[in-house]
Design a protein around this ligand. Structure first.
Ligand code: ADP
Length: 484
């Protein structure tokens, strides 16, 4: 198949979260299966471009009343033959962030509207007729809308669209004039059953109504977003389209997250020889000023600091957790109030708690490797990657049973010692404290169960090869529908 990914993030060029990881990894796995896969994204000012080649001539994209003249640059995904095309338009994208200033202005709307409009122009420019265009979250949600209502609709009627929901929580609201930039007909697209949103526009909603098929990144999240608690106002759309939604879990990049080869670690390790993991723990304790105590359970946390992640509850439970004779290490950035709480607590320097505020890839790897448990009590979690990494590194996750956390972690069974982690349901200090206490009791009093869980977690298959096969099947299904 000919497949075109249109996205706002792609590792290693630009990443804000899990979306970027997926767009950087899935195309490689699909390519290895023999598909012709390409990726299209903006050239941001903050882009980490490696060695792009400028393609000849500017590309003219019909936009609003005129033509937006854009450059196209080409690079490859690392260690692959997957081409990545960057849309260059300095006025819109030469910015210091991926998502710009999230102010709902027409300028902000124009960024990703241009990316979507340019997608069709790019196909012409490359003489590439995709079977499927795969869009991701709201930034490329205009693509499925345009494929049904835009001037390009007739030319792309044999191309199916797939829209993946990575996170339903991000939904901008844009001015109605955005439709004029895209040459979309107002009456149809302004209906509430398309993009209309109380006098403004919600492209995500339109994408969800119009995509041939929808995927989201875990089966449980696919169900959860049909409810008002998780649907962020779009639960009605999700119920309407329930038959066309498939949950496919994310995988992890084995080359980046592999305890046997990870070069960020002071020592490597594998499932049948964990001595390197003990060395990682001692090194991290020393590095962060914690007591160097091999037997003291170490709880790690790496996260965006947002209400989504339940970090506030962890911080409020901190005295209790440390009272269990555990150590806690946290790495994160985001919400200023949570950053301040982390800083304040870490100033005690009592050898039990360490906090690092900021984004630090190397430290994230070292925390995953050194910890005995990983804390991830998310309020909602479409898929989540950190709990996958931690399992790979023999660090048992303690999570709230939601979304991908529910689907990727097997609850500990005290009768058999089976399982790969510990789950709680109600998110409050009491339940978090009790679940951690339970996990620590297994660590201290039933080491044979703890080892068994570690082994099960580390031996899990989480690579992209298996997952790409599920997407392949989905693309075929989408194609059949669109062409019928
Ligand atoms: P989300 O996409 O919701 O942020 P995920 O668990 O799916 O959550 O992915 C988070 C990714 O970002 C992981 O790769 C994680 O290691 C990384 N990450 C988050 N915060 C930090 C940080 N402060 N420093 C380094 N890496 C981080």
């Amino acid at each position: 198949m000919k497949l075109l990914f249109v996205a706002s993030e792609c590792v290693p060029f630009a990443k804000a979260g899990g979306l970027g990881d997926v767009v950087g990894a899935l195309p490689k796995a699909l390519k290895a299966m023999g598909h012709d896969v390409r990726v299209f994204m903006p050239r941001y000012g903050v882009l980490r471009v490696r060695s792009p080649e400028r393609m000849p001539g500017p590309m003219g994209v019909p936009f609003g009343e005129g033509t937006a003249w854009c450059g196209v640059l080409e690079d490859r995904l690392p260690d692959s033959e997957v081409p990545v095309y960057f849309l260059e338009h300095n006025e819109l994208f030469d910015d210091d962030s991926i998502y710009g200033h999230d102010d709902g202005s027409l300028h902000n709307a124009a960024r990703f509207a241009l990316l979507s409009r340019a997608t069709f122009e790019l196909c012409r420019y490359l003489d590439f007729e995709p079977d499927v265009i795969h869009a991701h979250d709201w930034p490329s949600s205009w693509v499925p809308v345009m494929m049904n209502y835009g001037p390009e609709a007739p030319a792309f009627r044999r191309t199916a669209s797939v829209l993946t929901i990575h996170n339903m929580a991000h939904q901008p609201r844009f001015p109605v004039e955005t439709l004029d930039l895209l040459h979309l007909p107002r009456p149809e697209v302004l209906r509430p059953e398309c993009c209309g949103d109380y006098g403004g526009l919600n492209p995500f909603k339109g994408g969800l109504y119009n995509a041939t098929m929808i995927t989201t990144v875990s089966p449980t999240y696919a169900r959860e977003i049909r409810s008002p608690e998780y649907g962020g106002g779009l639960d009605g759309v999700m119920r309407f389209r329930a038959a066309d939604v498939v949950g496919i879990l994310n995988g992890i990049d084995d080359e980046v997250w592999n305890p046997e080869t990870d070069s960020y670690l002071p020592a490597n390790f594998r499932v049948d020889d964990l001595s390197g993991k003990a060395a990682c723990k001692a090194a991290l304790q020393a590095e962060l000023g914690l007591d160097v105590a091999p037997d003291r359970p170490l709880l790690g946390l790496v996260s965006r600091l947002s209400p989504q992640k339940g970090v506030d509850v962890v911080l409020r439970t901190m005295d209790g957790l440390l009272g269990l004779n555990a150590q806690v290490v946290m790495l994160g950035s985001g919400d200023p109030a949570l950053e301040a709480m982390m800083r304040e607590r870490s100033q005690l320097r009592d050898g039990r708690f360490a906090a690092w505020v900021g984004y630090n890839e190397a430290l994230a790897h070292r925390i995953e490797a050194a910890s005995d448990f990983f804390l991830m009590p998310s309020r909602f979690e479409p898929c989540g990657l950190n709990q996958l990494y931690s399992q790979r590194y023999g660090t048992l996750p303690i999570v709230r049973a939601t979304g991908g956390l529910e689907d990727t972690i097997e609850q500990y069974d005290p009768n058999t010692g089976r399982g790969t982690g510990f789950k709680l349901w109600d998110l409050h200090e009491g339940s978090l404290y009790e679940t951690v206490r339970w996990a620590l009791s297994v660590y201290r009093d039933r080491p044979e169960h703890y080892r068994r869980m570690q082994k099960a977690a580390m031996e899990k298959k989480m690579g992209w090869e298996v997952i790409a096969r599920q997407y392949e099947e989905l693309y075929l299904w989408a194609l059949e529908r669109r062409r019928a």
